[in-house]
Design a protein around this ligand. Structure first.
Ligand SMILES: Cc1cc2nc3c(=O)[nH]c(=O)nc-3n(C[C@H](O)[C@H](O)[C@H](O)COP(=O)(O)O)c2cc1C
Length: 268
């Protein structure tokens, strides 16, 4: 999965073929094993696009969509983003690509498919399929407009003890590979809201808010959940088990920053 983080990109143009039965089955079995650091139940299912009228103006060729829902509770976007990204990374190990869609989808059809009830939300859905040989012109233009291939430099995202001092790669120590993996994560409009302060052996996660919250939640908290999934994938593959806890440190921060959660690596 660690390799998938380095190789991934959002895909919007797919081969005009359905998922192979064995790939769909493997993804469904993987979904059944998932949980998240917030212990909020996330439902994820694969649907045939045609049968449920699932469409997106930015997607070409996908025959299936991954759709989900979560109870509308504090941290629900993070729980959802965490599990959703793990499925996307696992799917990629089978050669199946995806792109999270928060805005570019016909929401009513997706909500109907997964049967969103009162006090539940569908944060994002994604097509699942095999990447087409040629990217659609629309996808090319979109990627360019968003600057999808760009990422902020390490020192603008990760800090040491406080927000005044950038974290050096040497100081990152056992967290270096995980932080680099967070930097490569997908995020809404590629805004990359993840900020991390390393205080001794603990990582404190903050969200740098640039997108207004909507009635169905904060899309950038999905990004934060994605970052935590990249952290766990790398730390687990490197032989660590993490512990998450809420304990906001008294670190001075700007108004746009919201404390999210803290993490400490433990040897397995
Ligand atoms: C929470 C979230 C919501 C997103 N919503 C959309 C969307 O509505 N439409 C779209 O085309 N891409 C969407 N994306 C994809 C991002 O634009 C993409 O991840 C970003 O530009 C970085 O490109 P990359 O994933 O190829 O690295 C979303 C990504 C995330 C994480």
């Amino acid at each position: 999965m660690k390799e998938m983080i380095k190789n991934r990109r959002s895909v919007r143009t797919f081969e005009d073929v359905p998922l192979k039965d064995e790939d769909r089955k493997a993804i469904e079995e993987y979904i059944a094993t998932l949980d998240n650091p917030f212990s909020i139940p996330v439902t994820l299912k694969i649907f045939h696009a045609k049968e449920y009228g699932l469409t997106s103006p930015v997607i070409v060729g996908a025959k299936e969509y991954l759709v989900g829902k979560v109870p509308f509770l504090p941290h629900c976007e993070m729980a959802y983003g965490y599990e959703f990204e793990k499925v996307c990374l696992f799917a990629l190990t089978k050669g199946v690509s995806s792109v999270m869609l928060a805005g570019s989808l016909k929401r009513e059809a997706f909500e109907k498919a997964i049967d969103v009830k009162e006090k539940e939300v569908l944060p994002v859905a994604s097509p699942l399929g095999y990447v087409a040989k040629k990217m659609s012109l629309r996808e090319m233009v979109m990627r360019k407009a968003i600057g999808a291939d760009n990422r902020l430099p390490f020192e603008k995202l990760f800090f040491s003890q406080n927000f005044e001092t950038s974290l050096s790669k040497e100081e990152a120590g056992l967290y270096l590979e995980a932080l680099e993996a967070i930097r490569l994560a997908p995020s809404a409009v590629n805004h990359q809201p993840w900020r991390v302060v390393k205080e001794n052996d603990v990582l404190h996660f903050y969200e740098f808010k640039t997108i207004k919250e909507s009635p169905i939640g904060d899309v950038q908290k999905i990004d934060m959940g994605i970052a935590l999934s990249h952290l766990d994938v790398v730390m687990e593959e490197n032989g660590y088990q993490g512990e998450y806890f809420f304990d906001e440190p008294s670190i001075a921060k700007g108004d746009s920053l919201e404390y999210i959660v803290s993490y400490r690596a433990l040897q397995k």
